[in-house]
Design a protein around this ligand. Sequence first.
Ligand code: HPA
Length: 276
Amino acid sequence: MAKQKVRHLEGALEYLSSNWGTCTPKVAIICGSGWGGLADVFAGSRSLDYSEVPGLSSTTIEGHDGILRLCEVNDKQVLLFQGRRHWYEGEGWEPISFPIHLAHALGVKVIILTNAAGGINENYNVGDLMILHDHINFMGGNPLVGPVIDDAIPRFPDQTEVYNSELRKIARQVALKQNLLVREGVYIAVSGPAFETPAEIKAFRTLGADAVGMSTIPEAMLSHSYGMKTFALSCISNMAAGMSNEKLSHQDVQNASTQALPKMQAFVAQFLSDIL
Ligand code: HPA
């Protein structure tokens, strides 16, 4: 069967090279809810609005700026997607997958995914960081369904170790160096946009999930299938439904991540400088 081409990929590559000249990042970061402030700690940032770049359509959710940045860390280029698209936005997998296709086409070798998540593990606290050890895909679909879009992606990708163990080890060492309590756990993703019911959270705990969110797994499945080293980090922005007396709101999720931002920035900055 003839392979499909990723729509807009050539146009995006041309647009980046005409605006930025040489663009050869080895690391790309996707910022989830509350993580956009990562951009503030990196030097030399050049930026483009998502709406200008073919294939990168505008974000629709508050807290997701929709800016593509080319930053410098230790004199090396790092591509930062400041804002992500979600399955629940209803535009299919293309807007979610495109940043990963673009990163791969640019030669990126390491993908760092970030998100805000609800804590399911009873030992976790709001503001904790969690390294994703593994995941449970409860979204009801994934971006690999359909024709094989790129020869670099196998039809039946292995998922024994989606989240690279060497990168997880380096992250644990950064946590030790910074004297920071960083959890390592299993992330379960649902489609959203509604938060879960208390009964669902109880069920997810029984399944082995430590945190719940509405993102990350699609990008992780794709980047890992491409052979890129994949690392993901959650900020526990709330305890999941039924675990506290609070009702859940996106505003509270954003506020908690904003409070934890200095810790998130310091952790990612050190992690990047250790891997670059
Ligand atoms: N559930 C799902 N997604 C989330 C949550 C939650 O409690 N918090 C942040 N993203």
